[in-house]
Design a protein around this ligand. Structure first.
Ligand code: GDP
Length: 434
């Protein structure tokens, strides 16, 4: 048994999907452990190009069972659309499983997401308006529904009637909106429940069987540690925890099981939504990274904010998630640059930070940069570490030094084979550790 978690080391969109797709070749069970359909994992493979929002990126590998874990919030309609899209492309859904305890994103969560953002105005969080925050808020307030509840008509009606009545009070009196129909919501959810019934299960026996056998289990996080509810740029964060520590909770794994953790980081930085981003470039260089890296949101199409690699942020993520190794993606995006910068610390007045401070300070800091030479040659066709230009190797080595974690995988393009394994860690450092 080997359990590997793949988590984001920055603000999300690091390319976790493509790393999971790659590692899932050897996995028996792939589990998404948090988040909802508010972020997309782009996977390019022989079936085509896919933007997965809820379904684990292991779905393309027939031997891998793919579980949407308990820590996830599921919009059942969006999930069915995603399933239909995969089925239409010839991808089998036989291995798909949904935890009966995963939370349901209700239609009114999406409505409240919009209303809350409107109310915040200039100070809005910049959510994807998919209802994820309100769904997690209701989970914590004990006013949510779990996926398994969709399978029991009487229980479902009892809960929906009560919840919608309460939501309607807020909608009409606070937001001056029209009330929602409990019956219509119930019918919609029942229909989803019937369609998803074959996939909804108790995840623990599945997990226990995998843990007892000689299985490889892959845990897939969404977004990155800088959006962590506790340790990220609060309040500009997601409503769950994308760190590897949360994988234990979101999956139902006892903390005595040892994880190997792959932190995924881009060779530069991007962020979607609001909040502090110290190494952001609001100039031609930022524009260059956006165009060269195709930095437009997989879920919303929103242009991503782009900037230099922020070693302080990635070190913070490594500290929280205990990275075993780093997967450095999109190195090729920097190929044409003459000089490349790395954010090595933050400065605020006469104070220097080598850790991520609280948001009220982080939003005022200036990055301290170190500049290194670019390599100005294409890395896209390289497959061996030794073939990398010396300047690229030096850049990677400096990142390893600053973050304190070895780089085990380097991706130089979106295709499955555009990957370089570093020499010290063997052919596949993650699944077959020395
Ligand atoms: P995720 O949410 O962390 O999986 O990241 P996204 O899928 O939102 O964003 C990653 C994007 O970069 C996708 O469009 C990938 O196809 C693409 N991508 C991943 N790795 C590489 C790479 O090494 N080079 C290039 N040029 N594109 C990559």
């Amino acid at each position: 048994m080997a359990v590997t978690a793949v988590v984001g080391a920055q603000w999300g969109d690091e390319g976790k999907g493509r790393i999971v797709d790659l590692l899932a070749r050897q996995a028996d069970l792939v589990i998404r452990f948090q988040g909802g359909n508010n972020a997309g994992h782009t996977v390019v493979n022989e079936y085509g190009t896919f933007r997965l929002h809820l379904i684990p990126s292991g779905i393309f590998h027939p031997q891998a069972r793919c579980l949407i874990g308990t820590g996830v919030v599921v919009n059942p309609g969006a999930l069915r659309e995603e399933m239909a899209e995969l089925a239409a492309a010839g991808v089998s859904l036989d291995g798909l499983l949904i935890s009966e305890r995963a939370q349901v994103v209700m239609p009114y969560h999406i409505l409240f997401d919009r209303l809350h953002e409107q109310r915040l105005g200039r100070r809005k969080v910049g959510t994807t308006l998919r209802g994820i925050g309100p769904a997690y808020a209701d989970k914590a307030a004990r006013t949510g529904l779990q996926m398994g509840d969709l399978l029991d008509p009487d229980y479902l009606w009892e809960r929906v009637e009560q919840l919608v009545a309460w939501k309607n009070e807020i909608l009409t009196s606070v937001f001056h909106q029209k009330p929602l129909s409990a019956k219509a919501i119930y019918q919609e959810l029942r229909e989803h429940g019937q369609a998803l019934a074959p996939y909804i299960c108790d995840p623990l026996p599945v997990l226990d069987a995998a843990l007892a056998g000689d299985s490889h289990i892959l845990l897939e996080g969404q977004l990155g540690a800088m959006r962590d509810l506790d340790w990220g740029t609060y309040p500009y964060v997601t409503s769950s925890s994308p760190t590897a520590a949360y994988a234990y909770v979101g999956v139902g794994l006892p903390p005595t099981v040892r994880l190997r953790v792959v932190g995924v980081a881009k060779a530069y930085t991007t962020a979607v939504g609001a909040g502090p981003f110290p190494t952001e470039l609001q100039d031609e260089m930022g524009e260059f990274l956006r165009e060269e890296g195709g930095e437009y949101g997989a879920t919303t199409g929103r242009p991503r904010r782009c900037g230099w690699f922020d070693a302080v942020a990635v070190r913070h993520s490594a500290r929280l998630s205990g990275f075993t190794l780093l997967a450095l993606t999109k190195l090729d995006v920097l190929d044409k640059l003459e000089r490349v910068k790395i954010g090595v610390a933050y400065r605020l007045e006469n104070q220097t930070f080598d850790r991520v401070p609280m948001t009220r300070l982080l939003q005022r800091v200036e990055p301290v940069y170190e500049e290194v030479a670019g390599w100005q040659t294409s890395t896209r066709d390289l497959r061996e570490y030794d073939q990398l230009p010396p300047a690229a190797k030096a850049y990677i080595a400096r990142i390893e030094e600053l973050v304190g974690v070895p780089v085990g995988l380097i991706s130089v393009g979106p295709e499955r084979d555009q990957i370089i394994y570093t020499p010290t860690r063997g052919s596949n450092p993650v699944m077959n550790p020395a």
